[in-house]
Design a protein around this ligand. Structure first.
Ligand SMILES: [Zn+2]
Length: 213
């Protein structure tokens, strides 16, 4: 008996009796011709903010990178292990995606940890603390604002982190060159888990607005 949690086997059984037969032609052509997604999404690992579900995307449509708090670090060609930068480089230089969307979300645990520096780290080794220190200056500024409620501070930093990641995307030469040539576009979005609302970043102002549906 293969070892996987039962709910995964059940889910796979449903996939093979429902979604796979419906999309088998697409899976076969993707296997034959390879993937050519036009859009890369940088999203949080949070189980509630799955891009394929939110954007109703099928196989081969989205190249998804998920990490804690959907952060893109700055370009650092220092020979260290950079999983986010590796995925980004692959999407831009190999798959030649046309769009990159950084999508933050409400009630993000990583963002909450960045704001709440007085509590114990979320994890004993504190990989999260190190990772979230990428946005420490912004987190300190937002955390010190006594004019905002805790909820407002959280939402503010979630959206600031999207703008920060987009700025860091532009520190990668491959991104800034292709964006300059008009071959790559960068977008920001923020998903409110509790209401299902998607907010989209205005490229000129950086504000988040509801799209017309
Ligand atoms: Zn999150």
């Amino acid at each position: 008996m293969p070892h996987l949690p039962e709910h995964l086997i059940t889910g796979y059984r449903n996939f093979m009796s429902g979604r796979y037969p419906a999309e088998s032609g697409r899976y076969r052509s993707l296997a034959r011709e390879g993937q050519a997604p036009e859009t890369m999404i940088v999203a949080c690992c949070d189980s509630r903010s799955a891009p394929e579900a939110i954007f109703d995307a099928g196989p081969g449509e989205l190249f998804v990178l998920r990490n804690v708090a959907n952060l893109v670090p700055p370009y650092e060609p220092d020979g260290e292990y950079h999983s986010t930068s590796a995925a980004l480089e692959f999407a831009v230089q190999s798959l030649k995606v046309k769009n990159i969307v950084v999508m933050g979300h409400g009630r993000c645990g990583g963002i909450r940890a960045a704001l709440d520096t007085n509590s114990a780290p979320l994890s004993p080794g504190d990989f999260i603390g190190k990772w979230m220190s990428l946005i420490a200056p912004a987190a300190e500024t937002v955390a010190s604002s006594t004019m905002m409620t805790a909820t407002e501070r959280q939402t503010a930093l979630e959206r600031i982190s999207v703008r920060y990641s987009i700025a860091n995307l532009r520190t990668f030469p491959c991104v800034s060159i292709l964006e300059g040539k008009g071959k790559l576009s960068l977008y920001g979005a923020w998903f409110d888990i509790s209401t299902g609302e998607l907010w989209v970043m205005n490229k000129e102002t950086g504000d988040f607005e509801r799209p017309e549906l």
